[in-house]
Ligand binder design. Structure first.
Ligand code: THU
Length: 145
């Protein structure tokens, strides 16, 4: 007899993905993007079932721009506290463009995610689902005494 295995992380049911995608699309309309005109929306599902949304917010000092994913995650923490766990991060844009989460957002997702966190984003073939360890292998972790 082999030991029972932990089931591999699975993407969400298609209906739930479609619903999160529609939510992300709706919030993208609120994006503040006078510089790039690239409107991004994100809907995140927490392990407790709560859903938060975010859009990108740009700034004349470009580097101060906040991506849609980080807006959603920071909103969730400010409302729910530091113990949130991400189950899914859905990203879309209103520009009909392929768009993966940027490196900074991957690191922030890693801070509040685990091996069961799935990230959904538009690639050339449609909405792609990638588990967090694949999206950001070797994420930075602060370990010190
Ligand atoms: N952006 C996001 O909001 N999320 C991503 O995953 C990629 C990039 C934003 C930042 C900036 O406002 C615009 O897209 C163009 O880079």
């Amino acid at each position: 007899m082999t030991e029972p295995q932990t089931p591999p992380p699975a993407p969400l049911p298609p209906q739930q993905i479609a619903s999160l995608l529609a939510t992300a699309e709706a919030v993208a309309a609120n994006a503040y993007t006078p510089y790039s005109h690239f409107r991004v929306g994100s809907a995140i599902l927490l392990a407790d079932g709560n859903i938060y949304t975010g859009c990108n917010v740009e700034n004349a000092s470009y580097g101060l721009t906040n991506c849609a994913e980080r807006t959603a995650i920071f909103k969730a923490i400010s409302e729910r506290g530091p113990g949130i766990v991400l189950r899914a991060v859905v990203v879309t844009n209103l520009n009909n463009a392929v768009s993966m989460p940027c490196g900074a957002c991957r690191q922030v997702i890693a801070e509040f995610g685990d091996a069961d966190t799935w990230i959904y984003f538009p690639d050339a073939d449609g909405l792609r689902a990638v588990p967090l360890p694949e999206l950001l292998p070797f994420a930075f972790q602060l370990r010190h005494d």
